[in-house]
Design a protein around this ligand. Sequence first.
Ligand SMILES: Nc1ncnc2c1ncn2[C@@H]1O[C@H](COP(=O)(O)OP(=O)(O)OP(=O)(O)O)[C@@H](O)[C@H]1O
Ligand SMILES: [Mg+2]
Length: 342
Amino acid sequence: MIEIRKLRKQYGSGSRITHALQEINLTIDKGEIYGIIGHSGAGKSTLLRTINLLERPTEGSVFVDGVDLTALSTKKLQDQRRRIGMIFQHFNLLSSATVEENIAFPLRLAGTAKSEARRRVGELLALVGLTEHGKKYPAQLSGGQKQRVGIARALATNPHVLLCDEATSALDPQTTNSILNLLLDINRKLKITIVLITHEMQVIRSICDRVAVIHDGQIVEQGPVAEVFLKPRHDVTRQFIEQVADSVEIDKPDVSGAPAQDGTVLKITFLGETTYEPILSRTVQQTGVTFSILQGTISRMKNTPYGQLVVRLQGPRDAAENTIRLLREHGLDVEVYSNGLV
Ligand SMILES: Nc1ncnc2c1ncn2[C@@H]1O[C@H](COP(=O)(O)OP(=O)(O)OP(=O)(O)O)[C@@H](O)[C@H]1O
Ligand SMILES: [Mg+2]
């Protein structure tokens, strides 16, 4: 578990001071994939780099598995850092070293015996799908393959945490997906906690369990990805959600001029397995109203199906009210847009 408490980071001094992070509090659970999204300059890299103390906070503390990193001596900090791997947007590989040598580099620093290092490199090459490429140099690899080397190197010392700084931002969409799937696979197989920062909502939606939105050095919103997507509270969050092509936020249909007999218009939000259950059709059968769908989306966020439907109910008023009550009892979020009489 990672716990960030009252973290502040300032760069510079006097009149040239930049408040890169202002009082950040964040808890990241063991084994989860935690996304941090924000615009350029929001403080994402600074925040990520304070998790392994590449950047020393001005104030506050960082606990990783219960150890306060800010209180450690240099030697002890080095030991702790081996438990935290990191990958970068531009891969940061040694160009004069082969793939195998790049992956073995942290093992050499840790004093691992050569034969053990060779075995471990073979294992890591297989894990990231590069078994055939061990003798190549970085310049002979595609961007996606370079990032696979970066991931293998980051995992060499068996870290418990993997920090990813815009790990897919230099890659095309298809390669991005393959790297995200690899990260998901690693998270499941090795039970490693992943913290990733990005400016792309697509990345968050594909693999993250929870997300924090950072703006001007502060966390303005955080929560499970599906909840933040369906009920964003901050404008910055809404801007990011708009990036995703099949945006889930449905415009309020214009029902202002509709005659009263046009029935009751509802927006129903489904989250989790209820999406695929025919709750709506069962409920209307029970209450005797009919419904028509005006708008809708159904999609999937990592493992969570979600959807929103705008429907018009037609039937007696008490039957419509009964329907709304039953839908809510089934755990659906129901917003009433217009409540006409029939
Ligand atoms: N070494 C530094 N010295 C001075 N100011 C810095 C330094 N590093 C970052 N900053 C400032 O701190 C703020 C946050 O920067 P940071 O790099 O964390 O943002 P970011 O969200 O990662 O942005 P990007 O998406 O462009 O990578 C910015 O105003 C930046 O100019
Ligand atoms: Mg950055």
